[in-house]
Design a protein around this ligand. Structure first.
Ligand code: F6P
Length: 471
């Protein structure tokens, strides 16, 4: 079996050089990489198609073909030149996607793969174009849908032109609707994602979330060789550094390691922790901020949007007089992250992710796999992942709920650590994810699906009507 992954945004390289450094280099890249690696291990020939970037600010993404060392020829990263040579944010890729598709067609010539799997709206749109040209079938994994983002940003009729200029929602939602209509199967990480996200008014007529024949819930997994509670040989060096950073303090921490993005609601954890004397007496706070060793003195080195998130957090810590109980850790790689999780798990610490909404929640399962007790948002995937009580779920909008959740988890960190780890290892591994993908693709190849007629590209009108009806 030969499979092509379509992932125009971000990029991939064997060293994972830029993971989490930019929203376009986030969890989706980990997802695509890990499913691809697991499929390759199962004997599938995989190509990940992405964009060629020849930009001094983003080195290492210029060669047309690359590979993950452990996979040899069975997994190729294929970089197609389109939209110039410099890095472009995903919102700016839309006009260039037909060139991406042309590049993929040229790359394969007549020797096309058996099946496509498309990721995010831009990948879905590209797959629909490629299907039109070649007849190949595809699965669509949305990762994050435009309708929910538009809601979360608080789009109104008044700010529509401004947000539209920046985020191109009309193009994105048209692309998503097209991908939903044309995909053989839509893959979601949870049943909740299927019901809530695909049931949005803006997708009506493109897909029916109640149609079992169109959906498959396939949960993502953890890389269980990296994220494990077993100590690695190389842990010693990083644990020594962490030990030094902790100084005389040998108690537990509340750990936050999300991207500096407003929707992750790091401020909610900080508000809860600074606001509860019992909490900040019981546990110090650890904030993992990639790229900075000392955010109080180096804030200006971050991009403006990240400064906006971190500044009020630093101010709140200072206003509470708690600077000496906070440690910042500049964690550079997934391996260092896992080593840090193991270090903190051994101190009875708690990992917190209190996003306003989390479509799935890869970060808490990675932390749980390393033995950390988890406190997670009740909005989105974590409520399904941890529905057996193996993590504490909280209301992200309510600092009192977060504080109570953190206190509860700290009080029974050892028990939660064991239960969370078992939950993750029994259900959430990439090998299981890849097996499900393979079954889905094989099922789809074995049956005929007539192509539905394509509805007009009218998302802009739909968005306007939706915003108007909400007023
Ligand atoms: O990496 C996870 C992810 O959901 C990607 O799919 C996407 O790049 C980003 O985060 C979210 O994008 P958006 O904010 O445009 O929905």
């Amino acid at each position: 079996m030969r499979v092509a992954f379509l992932n125009p945004q971000g990029n991939f390289d064997p060293a994972d050089s830029f993971l989490t450094e930019h929203p376009d280099f986030g969890g989706q890249l980990v997802y695509v990489k890990e499913v691809s690696l697991a499929l390759a291990r199962m004997g599938v020939q995989v190509d990940i198609f992405t964009r060629q970037i020849d930009d001094p600010d983003w080195p290492g993404l210029a060669s047309p073909i690359d590979a993950y060392n452990q996979c040899g020829d069975s997994l190729r990263i294929v970089r197609i030149p389109f939209g110039g040579t410099r890095f472009l944010e995903k919102e700016k890729l839309w006009p260039h996607l037909p060139s991406f598709v042309d590049g993929i067609r040229k790359f394969y010539g007549a020797d096309v793969p058996d099946y496509l799997t498309a990721h995010y709206a831009d990948g879905g749109y590209s797959a629909a174009l490629l299907q039109h040209a070649t007849g190949l079938g595809f699965t669509f994994t949305g990762h994050s849908l435009g309708a929910q983002k538009l809601d979360k940003l608080g789009m109104t009729e008044t700010n529509f032109p401004e947000w539209e200029k920046r985020f191109h929602f009309a193009q994105r939602i048209d692309a998503e609707r097209l991908a939903m209509q044309r995909a053989d199967t839509i893959i979601t990480s949870t049943g909740q994602e299927r019901r809530e996200q695909y049931g949005h008014t803006l997708y009506q007529g493109a897909v029916d979330p109640g149609d079992d024949g169109r959906f498959r819930v396939i949960a993502p997994g953890v890389n269980s060789t990296i994220f494990t509670d077993l100590l690695h040989d190389e842990d010693k060096a990083s644990h020594d550094i962490l030990e030094t950073r902790c100084g005389d303090y040998d108690g537990p921490f509340v750990i936050v390691s999300s991207r500096l993005d407003a929707k992750k609601n790091i401020g909610g954890v900080v508000e809860a922790w600074t606001g509860s004397a019992e909490l900040n007496r019981t546990a110090y706070l650890a904030l993992f901020v990639r790229g900075l060793d000392d955010p109080f003195n180096e804030l200006g080195r971050l991009p403006a949007a990240e400064q906006e998130v971190l500044r009020p957090i630093l101010e709140r810590i200072d206003a509470a007089g708690l600077r000496d109980r906070v440690r910042f850790f500049n964690i550079q790689s997934q391996r260092d992250l896992a080593a840090a999780y193991r270090f903190f798990a051994r101190r009875g610490s708690v990992f917190a992710l209190t996003s306003f909404y989390e479509p799935f929640g890869l970060a808490p399962i990675e932390a749980a796999a390393c033995g950390l007790a988890v406190v997670a948002t009740r909005n989105g995937g974590p409520s399904e992942i941890f529905d057996d009580g193996s993590a504490v779920l909280v209301d992200p909008e309510d600092a009192t709920s977060i504080a109570a959740g953190l206190a509860d988890a700290l009080a029974r960190a050892d028990d939660l650590g064991i239960r969370g780890k078992h939950r993750v290892l029994s259900r959430y591994t990439w090998d299981q994810t890849a097996r499900e993908y393979l079954l889905t693709m094989e099922d789809n190849l074995a049956r005929e699906r007539p192509l539905l007629p394509v509805a007009p590209l009218d998302a802009e009108d739909r968005i306007r009507a939706y915003l108007n009806a909400r007023n």
